[in-house]
Structures are given as C-alpha cells and as structure tokens.
Design a protein around this ligand. Structure first.
Ligand SMILES: Nc1ncnc2c1ncn2[C@@H]1O[C@H](COP(=O)(O)OP(=O)(O)OP(=O)(O)O)[C@@H](O)[C@H]1O
Ligand SMILES: [Mg+2]
Length: 260
C-alpha cells in the first residue's frame, strides 16, 4: 500500500539551487569607453566560476561590482540573495564581511607587518578575540596559504607571489561564504599555483565556499572551475564547463584557448 504522502513526495520538484551571486545585464562605461555592455553571470552556491578574457575587458571591474565597490551604470547585482541596489551601508558592510576579496595586486597595507595585514579584518570585526586567539588564527591562515615564519616581515620584503598569498590569507580571515579572487595565481610559479588551486578546491569541498576567480591561467581555471565565462568587447562570448569551451566552434573561444 502506498504510504500517505508518498504521492506528494514523488511530485516534489528538485529544489532550485540557490545562487551565491547573480549579475544581471550590467553596463559600465568610463567616459566614452564602454567596458561592460550587458553582462550577466551567476554562481551557484558552493560552486566556482572562472572569469576569463583579454586584458582590459572589465574582469576586475566586474569583480568589484559584486561587493559594491563599483556601482554599475545599469543592471543589477545580487549577492547572497540580496540586491545591492537596495542595501544600506550597514547592510553592505555585513555582506562584505561574508565575502573574501583578493585584489589583483594583493593590496596589502605597506606599513603593516604580514601578521597585522592578515589580522586586519579580525581587529575590526572580531574585537573580542584575545591576543592568543588572534595569533593562532593568523598562524592557521598563513599555514593554509603555505607561508609560515613571515609574520614580522613587511610586504615590501615579500615577492609578488608571497604578497598574493598574504592577501589570500587576509581574504579568508573572517571565514567568508563567498570568495572573490582576482588573478590569485599570477606571479606564482607552477608549484605555488597548484597549491592555491588545491586550497580553492579544499575550501569548496570542506566549507562549501562559492567563488569567482578571475584568471589568465587556463590550467588553474580548468582545475578549479565548475563553470567558466569568457568576456570580450563588453559581452559574454560563452559560458559553460571547460569541455563546453573546448568544443565550441566560436573563433574567439578557439583563439583564446589556443593562446592561453
Ligand atoms: N575607475 C576607473 N576609471 C576609469 N577607467 C577604468 C576604471 N576602472 C577600470 N577602468 C577601465 O576599464 C577597463 C577594464 O578594466 P579592468 O581592470 O576591469 O580590466 P581587466 O579585464 O581586469 O584587465 P586585466 O586582465 O589587465 O587585469 C580598462 O580599460 C580600464 O582602464
Ligand atoms: Mg584585472
């Protein structure tokens, strides 16, 4: 006999996967220079999206839009279910706390040590932490990104690749739900790049983190991304898995994959 409710069960539709980030038809110009001309993309919760494109196509601009550092001329940005347009500054601040951002050029504070750079978000948002807890957290974060023993160094004493790792440790400090990485492997040797790829995969698997990764590193994109999006001349040329891109007969996609 069919149990009561079984019918209802079978009728259940798959739950709609929630979106960590949804960008809809954004436009952005600087003066007469049109950079983004109706770009839409989304990242499902717990997934990684790689954003590809030639230099100057607006990848960094797009990433900055996700946390409201750049307001689009038109179009909407939703993050963690909230439309950035309707948010107060406090609400935007709350969203930013749940989002780790690694800027393209690491953007470390030159006058702060590595330790204080990594602890910066903790000092502002985890004021109740003891010195011992702070120190332990910083050590854990630095170990996670593969640098230890550089606590007292200044950013200027580090290589570009190491600065990137410190920036990444800082981005992870508040245990974000979303990670936005602007060229995380640029300036790293292949072993270092592989370590960052492994870390992004680990964060996804263990913490269900959602990420957008802007990259020129196709090996990295192939390794970490569930989906990829290729931008050109203000538009999305293609969106899909790495295999979708490989199978594409679009000339620009083929050229892009060949060159990289
Ligand atoms: N605040 C700004 N004011 C004026 N122009 C800007 C501003 N921000 C970005 N641009 C311009 O927008 C375009 C896209 O910049 P963006 O930094 O997003 O490129 P990108 O795709 O990240 O390139 P790259 O791969 O070299 O990092 C560039 O022409 C840049 O000069
Ligand atoms: Mg950029």
């Amino acid at each position: 006999m069919t149990a009561p409710g079984a019918m209802q069960e079978s009728k259940k539709t798959e739950p709609v996967t929630s979106l960590a980030v949804a960008i809809d038809q954004v436009h952005q110009s600087f003066g007469t220079h049109r950079v983004l001309d109706g770009v839409s993309l989304s990242v499902a919760s717990g997934k990684t999206l790689a954003v590809l494109g030639r230099s100057g196509t607006g990848k960094s601009v797009l990433l900055r839009m996700v946390i409201g550092l750049q307001k689009p001329d038109a179009g909407s940005v939703r993050i963690l279910g909230q439309d950035l347009n309707g948010l107060t500054l406090d609400e935007l601040g709350e969203i930013r706390k749940r989002t780790g951002f690694l800027f393209q050029h690491a953007a470390l504070y030159d006058s702060l040590t590595v330790e204080d750079n990594v602890a910066f978000p903790l000092d502002h948002h985890r004021k109740g932490m003891t010195a011992a807890e702070r120190s332990e957290r910083v050590n854990t974060l630095l170990a996670e990104v593969g640098i230890e023993g550089s606590l007292k160094k200044m950013p200027s004493e580090l290589s570009g690749g190491m600065q990137k790792r410190v920036g990444l440790a800082r981005a992870l400090a508040l245990n974000p739900e979303i990670l936005l990485l602007d060229e995380p492997t640029a300036g790293l040797d292949p072993i270092g790049s592989g370590e960052i790829d492994d870390l992004v995969l680990k964060l996804k698997e263990e913490r269900h983190m959602s990420s957008i990764v802007v990259t020129h590193d196709m090996h990295s994109a192939k390794t970490i991304a569930d989906r990829l999006v290729l931008l050109d001349k203000g538009h999305v040329v293609i969106e899909g898995t790495f295999d979708d891109l490989k199978r594409s007969d679009n000339d620009f996609v083929r050229l892009f994959l060949k060159q990289s």
